[in-house]
Write a protein that binds this ligand. Sequence first.
Ligand SMILES: Nc1ncnc2c1ncn2[C@@H]1O[C@H](COP(=O)(O)OP(=O)(O)OP(=O)(O)O)[C@@H](O)[C@H]1O
Ligand SMILES: [Mg+2]
Length: 291
Amino acid sequence: MGDLKHLLESIRLIAAFDEKERITHLRQDRWIDYPRAARVLQLLNEMHETPQRNRMPCLLLHGDSGMGKSMIIEKFRRAHPTVYDRKTGVEHYSVISMEMPASPSQRRFYAQLLQTIHAPYRPSDRLEALEFTTIKLLTVIKPRILFVDEIHNLLSGSPREQRAALNLLKFLANKLNCCIVVSGTQDALATLQSDDQMVSRFRPFELARWKENDEFRGFVQAFEKTLPLRQKSGLGEQPFVQALLAASHGVTGSIAEILTGAARAAIRIGTERITVDLIRAEAGLLAAAIV
Ligand SMILES: Nc1ncnc2c1ncn2[C@@H]1O[C@H](COP(=O)(O)OP(=O)(O)OP(=O)(O)O)[C@@H](O)[C@H]1O
Ligand SMILES: [Mg+2]
């Protein structure tokens, strides 16, 4: 089987498993570090550590669908779990992570936020009551960061609803003195940037599609180390890099799907290494599935 030096130590063990077990392992989520994600996580950490003050920093994380925005948020949230205070019976969230509702009315927003923190509420409550309960609870919970993912859902609302939702975000940031991080696709960017206060308050950070550069080579090399194949594929080499970028259009999610699919095929047919042909075949399957 060779020394398996091309794999992470924790994966070397798995490479010895049989076909079925290795294919099951491929289905698991994997987190690959890369510089832009590390930069976002660092920014989030700085925000999390910012002492409470009047104008807390806010962030707008944007990028095309599948670029890994939600994965970054989830990674950060998992590193900051809730803490239950036995004395007061209060669950303290230093990080609250919710999604903009698909139809973004203020009522739905508050309802979703209350659901996220497991707070009881009556869906029939008036907007003022929902707002009052939310502010009251969050003042006790004192979150440091509130994430609102899928911010592009704003666009399904009328212009009036869109404005109301943006005002609500600014209102919460001011009222709670907490950092707000909104994230979503580029579609929402124009709407967010049409509001001067949003522009001055929310620092934009883009997760751009991958291009052919050292950062991308590093990403696919790191990905290879997590795939339990017994032979080295050398994914950082030019033909792989070009085939992957052409097939995925630089989208992280597609790259991950193509690589895990190609690894599964390499295990099944026994090549034990990914080839450019396997990547092209997987890309064809992916394209057929999308049509
Ligand atoms: N750091 C990472 N390591 C490994 N795989 C990743 C990473 N980031 C993203 N991926 C892959 O990309 C897929 C899409 O990521 P994610 O759902 O976070 O994208 P998104 O930007 O939130 O997309 P959308 O705008 O559609 O919600 C993930 O399911 C995963 O397969
Ligand atoms: Mg997402």
